[in-house]
Design a protein around this ligand. Sequence first.
Ligand SMILES: C[S@@+](CC[C@H](N)C(=O)[O-])C[C@H]1O[C@@H](n2cnc3c(N)ncnc32)[C@H](O)[C@@H]1O
Length: 474
Amino acid sequence: MLDSIGYDSNIFGKKVIENACGDGNILREIVRRYIKDGLKNKYSLGEIKEGLENDIYGAEIDKVHYWNCISNLNSLVSNYGISNVSWNILNLDILKHSFNFQFDYVIGNPPYISYNDLDSETRLFLKNNFTSCEKGKFDYYYAFIEKSINMLDVNGKLIYLVPNNFFKNVSAKNLRELVVPFLTDVYDYTTHKLFKNVLTSSSIICLNKSTDIEKFNYHDVTKKRKYVFNKNHLFEKWIFSSKANSKEITNNHSVRFGDYFQSSVSIATLYNKAFVIKDYYVTEEYAFVNEYKIEKEILKNAYSPNSLRLEKNELIIFPYFYDEFNNLKRYPPEDFIERFPYCVEYLKQFKEQLLERDSDVSSQWYEFGRSQALQHLNQPKLLLSTLVTKHIKIYELDTSSIPYSGIYIVPKKDTSLHIAKKILNSEDFHNYILNVGINVNGNSIRISSTDINNYMFNPDLHPELLPTGNVKTC
Ligand SMILES: C[S@@+](CC[C@H](N)C(=O)[O-])C[C@H]1O[C@@H](n2cnc3c(N)ncnc32)[C@H](O)[C@@H]1O
């Protein structure tokens, strides 16, 4: 990382910060290089010590890491005969701190914390103080990138190790817009796993505050290839493929998958433990689960890509019904309690957790947290996982089955699901998701229902399709 932004020579007297420095792994190398450059330029040890005190900064919120960092730096400089450095390592929350000067270099490996794992106070603070966190389910590291850009001097350079979901996450759109004018290099580890516990693959971004140039370098680290791309080709998502935006490939791709089929996220109970029944046996009227029984009328077959792969039979409590026009209907609470007393008794053991869900305002405690996905469910559908490893596995579900995980696809009007399956199994679709999907875990790609709906394909390859004019939008 330090080599990539030229933090190697002529660095004496330049201000640098690692703003989430942990035990100082990167800072140690920074200090080593700083001393080496000072010695090369014939500065005395006293001058180098002063330089370290003026130019090297770190920030770390955690007390233990902070002290480890100082101790690690002290032990490093002692090898050069330098001692008693009054380090500018700060034990504070860098996102709430301001300096009255700018930095020549910001270097780091910020903390990654997903929106769901952030407490409500931090979410609010980030939302109110960072453009990158204004919308959607932002990650904690977005604020670090934004903060770092603002800490840079007019000629300053930044290098950051970030998850590569940054390129494509819908929530990172504002962040990408902030970053793109200064972007000089992207090092993408695509399928290469740098860290054991981190799901998404890693990438390194380099920014230069003084450049607002049209092109940037894209390094595919796994394939050891470098490409020069035009920033004009970075649209909503950053797709690093010379083909992705070229006219020649999109010419015949005039039809959108979402005009013929509706791809959606599966139902969200927000507490599957209460609704999905994994171990049970059934009689004519009831399903028996431990010491409880549940009316069979309120149960449906439940599926996830995982349960289908493992051929598990699961049930789900489905506290709704469809009328003769296929409209989703809710039971009035008194009716529900009267008609399904055993089910209510069963659900009551989870009542506390069910009430704690961040549910739709109108949801009853015994209903799913979200009901939006239920509207179009009562028809044959396809189910696939959001994670694709090698092949796309597509399952067919019947009308009454309920998908509780993954992405489900239903036709719009009379289009056969058989065609959807054929399109999704095509090589062209596979290449498409390699471009738009997010690399996860080193060997899988995460795709979203929006990615599927936005897929453009060549209708000549599927003559069975009606023209879109005949298709009703769900
Ligand atoms: C991914 S670690 C990186 C550590 C170090 N850069 C390295 O590469 O070894 C992120 C560090 O940021 C610290 N951190 C988290 N939030 C912070 C904040 N708001 N301000 C400063 N440090 C923070 C964490 O305690 C953790 O040590």
